[in-house]
Design a binder for this molecule. Structure first.
Ligand SMILES: [Zn+2]
Ligand SMILES: [Zn+2]
Length: 140
């Protein structure tokens, strides 16, 4: 599982849907109290950005005519983690020809990705604040 964190427009359909699914998987794992420290240590996810990232990915999915029915229900609050977007752009273009094309089209990749993250994302409509107090005990 991995949060690419790049501008969603850089992702081919497969990687867009893949990252979206993985945001749900991260949240599912965290909500079940599974230990995802390994992912955090490898810079594969920034937990505090999962909800915002999910919103970005859904927007891009919808702009490509894909449907989104699933609700992301996040209970986490304590975990952090970081990702390296420049590395991720490189990895994506190394491993996926379609992403490579999209990354090329979106110009200077790293800059675009940074800008994407500076865009204010309205706090997620998908996550009701009540869910944060869902009675889940602390993680670990
Ligand atoms: Zn979703
Ligand atoms: Zn791809």
């Amino acid at each position: 599982m991995r949060m690419w964190g790049v501008n969603p427009k850089m992702l081919c359909n497969q990687h867009l849907l893949g990252e979206h699914l993985e945001m749900h998987m991260f949240v599912g794992a965290i909500n079940k109290g599974k230990n995802i420290q390994g992912y955090i240590d490898k810079n594969l996810v920034n937990v505090q950005k999962i909800s915002m990232r999910h919103t970005e990915l859904v927007k891009e999915m919808e702009s490509r005519g894909m449907h989104h029915n699933s609700t992301l229900i996040a209970h986490y609050s304590l975990l952090k983690g970081t990702i390296n977007i420049e590395n991720n752009i490189k990895d994506l273009s190394d491993r996926c020809e379609k992403c490579r094309e999209r990354i090329k089209q979106s110009g200077s990749g790293a800059v675009a990705a940074r800008n994407a993250h500076n865009v204010e994302v309205a706090s997620s409509n998908l996550v009701s604040p009540n869910y944060f107090n869902g009675g889940y005990s602390s993680i670990g």
